[in-house]
Write a protein that binds this ligand. Structure first.
Ligand code: 5GP
Length: 114
């Protein structure tokens, strides 16, 4: 069997993370190397490697990640905006092969990204 990703190990509570939100379908926790005052990783509990691996049966769970992010922003009192980023594949710098959204807030962000 393939080795679990670090995020699957966080889902399975094998390694600790600072969890800020959890429900039946998703989990959000603080990034270990924050790039902003608020930097969360939001993931589906279902194992999907990347955007490039999302299929029709994943549509509801992937859509759910967005309503969860909106709920998280409200819970944390983020009022001045936030950035949602997903890296897909090598050129984008994806390190962990479990679909995840970076949710960044607490400062202004430049555009275009690096
Ligand atoms: P990627 O480059 O794949 O889009 O982002 C992976 C992110 O996961 C990085 O921002 C990295 O800091 C974060 N990360 C990697 N390992 C861990 C870990 O064990 N715990 C937490 N909380 N974040 C991690």
């Amino acid at each position: 069997m393939a080795e679990k990703t670090i995020f699957k190990r966080i889902i399975d509570k094998e390694i600790p993370a600072k969890i800020v939100y959890e429900d039946d379908h998703c989990l959000a926790f603080e990034d270990i190397h924050p790039a902003a005052p608020i930097h969360l990783i939001v993931i589906p509990k279902r194992e999907i490697a990347s955007v490039d691996d999302v299929n029709a049966t994943d549509e509801i769970v992937v859509g759910h990640l967005f309503t969860a992010m909106r709920a998280i922003a409200a819970k944390l009192g983020i009022q001045s905006g936030y950035r949602v980023v997903t890296n897909c594949g090598r050129d984008a710098g994806q390190e962990v092969m479990h679909l995840h959204f970076h949710m960044l807030a607490g400062r202004k962000f430049g555009w275009p990204p690096g």
